[in-house]
Design a protein around this ligand. Structure first.
Ligand SMILES: Cc1cc2nc3c(=O)[nH]c(=O)nc-3n(C[C@H](O)[C@H](O)[C@H](O)COP(=O)(O)OP(=O)(O)OC[C@H]3O[C@@H](n4cnc5c(N)ncnc54)[C@H](O)[C@@H]3O)c2cc1C
Length: 398
């Protein structure tokens, strides 16, 4: 395909030919728009971020050190203060309606003083505002990740509430999924259909991350009966204690979410070879390490100080544990070599890794996800063709 780019500073145009075009141009992606890929979802709220410098802020209030401080007024949750560098730089997010996004009428100083309290009102907590940026909190997901040779990556494919910090994580995982597939197609060892597996694997994960993020946002907006929260009365004390307990519990999952962070798996992926084993629980909170195909290969320390994760990244990695048979290893090696699929065979003696990896042979993709595992190899050619995307149409037909 031919692409024309324009340098916005110089106005210069440049044309070039490219086999694929990746849209990494964020939530308002014009590439996505031009490719005609619709987004589905909804607006969650409007917010304004105030970035300000206030050295040693934690020692200037009685709330103690925290990553985040949440503000509830008689109207409910109105904002939160988040640590940026742990000392000097802070971000106050003010939640609100569309009118709050009108910066001409937005009094950032008043919001900072409301957050920092009477000491700031009296000028005893000096601070300096560095930026005030309005933004829309949305949950949106592209209907497709690929249109012809245009492929969406990152926020061009999805947006989610930052509650949970999954936006960039989701984009980085997409790059990891897509990167080796593109490399394989461009190098010629992968079938071009391998690129179709990108959407099949990643779109459900984006939907999962969106749902987690909105669940977190709803949890911290859920502050029932806050009317007396600022009152210096018995009722006020009761309301503050009850809201504190409630928020502590309801927001816990935002921090304790190992299942979400690393428990994602490419269920029903056409480029992983299922072994029919039952799935581990798919729970945001709980991560159960497993080598079930489609899962992220688990971490364990090796005797030389490396992690098993350090073994992956460049090509495919076949982990061979003591019970593996040389014949099986050789069949994988020769079928991958025949197709020029990059493969490294790593023989591991570690008992701990052998237990964790559950099978004597585990084939890990360049992105660290398990493609196949087994006690022995029946049909190495089929494994090789599956992981390089050559059998996707056949799988789709059956
Ligand atoms: C308040 C807030 C807090 C967040 N916190 C977290 C967090 O803790 N963890 C996390 O994982 N994520 C977080 N996120 C989400 C994260 O910032 C985004 O998911 C991430 O930045 C998306 O990266 P991206 O490269 O896809 O898009 P972007 O970061 O939007 O980058 C796209 C780039 O493309 C450029 N561009 C667009 N159109 C054109 C064009 N026509 N020509 C040239 N350039 C163009 C843009 O200028 C921009 O630089 C947060 C988001 C917000 C708003």
């Amino acid at each position: 395909m031919r692409v024309t780019v324009r340098d916005l500073r110089s106005g210069n145009h440049r044309q070039f030919a490219t086999p694929y075009l990746l849209a990494c141009d964020g939530a308002t992606s014009s590439v996505r728009e031009q490719a005609g890929i619709p987004m589905h979802g909804k607006l969650l709220s409007y917010s304004v971020n105030i970035l300000f410098n206030c050295p040693g802020l934690t020692s200037k209030h009685a709330m103690g050190e925290a990553e985040r401080y949440m503000f509830v007024g008689p109207e409910g949750m109105w904002g939160n203060l988040t640590v940026v560098d742990g000392d000097v730089v802070w971000r106050l997010t003010v939640l609100g309606s569309e009118e709050k996004m009108n910066l001409a009428a937005f009094d950032a100083d008043a919001w900072i003083r409301r957050a920092l309290g009477t000491e700031a009102d009296a000028g005893r907590i000096p601070y300096e505002i560095s930026s005030v940026i309005p933004w829309r909190r949305t949950e949106m997901l592209a209907q497709r990740y690929k249109q012809g040779r245009v492929i969406l990556v990152g926020d061009s494919a999805h947006t989610m509430s930052p509650t949970g910090g999954m936006g960039m994580n989701t984009g980085i995982q997409e790059v990891m999924d897509l990167g080796w597939k593109l490399q394989g197609v461009l190098a010629g060892w992968a079938h071009t259909d391998l690129l179709e597996s990108y959407e099949i694997e990643r779109l459900p994960i984006a939907a999962r991350n969106i749902s987690f993020s909105t669940q977190n946002f709803n949890a911290w907006r859920d502050t029932p009966d806050p009317g007396a929260v600022l009152d210096d009365t018995e009722e006020g004390r009761h309301v503050r204690a009850a809201l504190g307990r409630r928020l502590r519990e309801s927001t816990r999952i935002e921090w304790e979410s190992m299942g979400l962070q690393i428990g994602h798996r490419y269920e029903d992926s056409p480029v992983c070879v299922s072994d029919g084993s039952p799935p581990t629980p798919d729970d945001f909170r709980i991560y159960v390490p497993t080598t079930r195909p489609g899962s992220r290969a688990p971490h364990c320390w090796l005797e030389d100080g490396r992690s098993t994760l350090d073994l992956f990244g460049k090509g495919f990695t076949l982990l061979a544990f003591p019970r593996s048979q040389a014949r099986s290893i050789e069949s994988i090696r020769s079928e991958f070599a025949r197709r020029k699929i990059p493969l490294e065979i790593v023989e591991l003696q570690s008992d701990e890794a052998a237990r964790l990896y559950e099978r004597p042979l585990v084939l890990v993709r360049p992105d660290g996800h398990v493609a196949w595992r087994g006690d022995e190899v029946d049909d190495a050619a089929r494994i090789a063709d599956t992981v390089r995307g050559a059998l996707i149409r056949e799988t789709a037909v059956h």
